[in-house]
Design a protein around this ligand. Structure first.
Ligand code: CS2
Length: 458
């Protein structure tokens, strides 16, 4: 079996000069943004754009890529079979704790874009949408940045540290492209970073306002965790002992809105669309795909399911999802044939038997995900006088998940699991209060969530 590197795989070509930096070197980034950049580079005529990718929370994620000169395979699985694609766009992979490399790379005038996958929780937003300055990690980063230190730990702190280096190097403008499932992710990140910069240094805040463009994006590609068996399939298909392959589906979507003052890779070659406003694409994706994912992640295990495909093939779970979709599409400004087609595609993607997408992976960080995926539809339905059964099932499933407590992985996990002990109706009220305070005063909703939870776990 061949080792994978740029000598053993000459088709990959030499590492391209770095034009893009990425924070959050995980599987999703490698199935999505790195793939689009790879396709952009395969166009022949364009100047190839390499990526310097830094790990977010797991330093070891960079090691196998360093050993493989940044190369890895995508294992693209559809119902009909598997194929591999060699991805060559990552020119350098770094442990994110390497503050020197991080600052140096972003201070390079040839770098024009910074893409991010730092998870919903990684943006460290406070209740007012600005930076969560009461959070000890954020507060400590502010102190350290003020004192000129570079060893900061939060994603906004690290970005700001690198922007200060870019300002000092007079390296010119930059586009920052957040690729996490947040509402208005460009302006959302802008508020956090502007707030943090104002708390650290006025000069930096002014530079940021003039030099940094925040691009909003909707991103989509289902990317389950890679297993040892997947690595064997890649070895068999490609002939390489790839230590870092990524499994994904054939489908992929990227919609972007915003300016790129220092240029960007030709992502449209991979099908990326540049539009004036992403909100309708974002709502469609986050409510229909991610909302259904979260519903299945919490309610599915109560019926013994471990993966999306298992759950969606259960007519009871499928019924909850269809109900949720009926509720969500009422609030999407899209023609019915668009949402009908989108739902059909989603069913095909969810039932893909070759994608083993664990519900436990999706269940992480519910306190950050539900306000974006489920509450916007739920509150609109309540305002219209309806009690939406699909949305209620998502919340009731979350309540069951929190009360069970064994699989909770959430930045507010301790607070939430404490809040949901005791009798179910009180637990439902406390859970809703923690999620969005006014919901706890909606008695019909509290009762419906409690009754549905009892139905799920009698
Ligand atoms: C999933 C998403 O883990 C989750 O919460 O809902 O990662 C989902 O697979 C992606 O957004 C698909 O684009």
């Amino acid at each position: 079996m061949n080792e994978l590197n740029r000598r053993s795989a000459p088709g990959a070509g030499p590492a391209a000069p770095i034009r893009t930096v990425h924070l959050g070197l995980g599987a999703f980034f490698r199935a999505h943004q790195a793939w689009y950049t790879h396709v952009a580079n395969s166009g022949g005529d364009a100047e190839p754009a390499g990526i310097a990718a830094f790990t977010g929370r797991r330093p070891d994620a960079a090691l196998p890529l360093q050993a493989q000169d940044g190369l890895y395979h995508l294992l693209v699985r559809d119902a009909g079979g598997d194929r591999t694609e060699l991805i060559a766009s990552i020119s350098a992979a770094y442990d994110g704790a390497d503050a020197e490399a991080w600052r140096r790379t972003l201070a390079d005038p040839l770098v024009g874009t910074l893409t991010l996958t730092v998870t919903e929780a990684g943006y460290r937003r406070g209740p007012d949408g600005g930076p969560d300055l009461d959070n000890p990690a954020v507060a400590s980063d502010v102190e350290r940045l003020r004192a000129g230190h570079t060893d900061v730990t939060t994603a906004p702190g690290r970005i700001l540290s690198a922007l200060a280096a870019r300002q000092a190097a007079d390296a010119g403008p930059l586009a920052i492209v957040p690729c996490d499932n947040l509402v208005d992710n460009g302006p959302t990140l802008a508020r956090v970073l502007n707030g943090l910069a104002a708390a650290v240094d006025d000069g930096l805040a002014q530079w940021l306002a003039g030099q940094v463009s925040f691009v909003s994006t909707t991103i989509d590609r289902i990317t389950p965790a890679t297993t040892p068996e997947d690595r064997e399939v890649v070895a068999k298909l490609s002939g390489f002992a790839d230590a870092a392959p990524v499994v994904t589906e054939p489908f992929s979507e990227w919609v972007l809105a915003g300016d790129f003052p220092a240029g960007r890779p030709a992502w449209e070659r991979g099908g990326a669309r540049f539009v004036p406003d992403v909100s309708v694409f974002e709502q469609r994706k986050v409510w229909l795909l991610n909302g259904a994912h979260s519903l299945l992640a919490y309610a599915g295990p109560t019926r013994g399911h471990a993966t999306v495909a298992e759950a969606i093939n259960d007519p009871v779970c499928r019924g909850w999802v269809e109900t949720w979709w009926n509720e969500a599409v009422r609030h999407l400004p899209l023609p019915p044939d668009d949402t009908t087609r989108y739902r059909e595609d989603l069913l095909e993607r969810f039932t893909n038997p070759r994608i083993r997408h664990n519900l436990a992976q999706i269940a992480m960080d519910g306190s950050q995900k539900l306000p974006i995926r489920v509450l916007p539809v739920l509150t609109r339905e309540r305002a219209d006088g309806r009690l939406p059964e699909g949305g209620v099932h998502a919340l009731a499933g979350w309540l069951a998940h929190l009360r069970d407590g064994t699989a909770v992985r959430d930045p507010r996990g301790e607070e939430l699991t404490n809040a949901v002990s005791g009798p179910v109706p009180e637990a439902a009220r406390r859970m809703l209060r923690a999620l969005d305070a006014p919901l706890a005063d909606d008695h019909d909703l509290v009762e419906a969530v409690a009754a549905t939870c009892r139905g799920l776990v009698p």
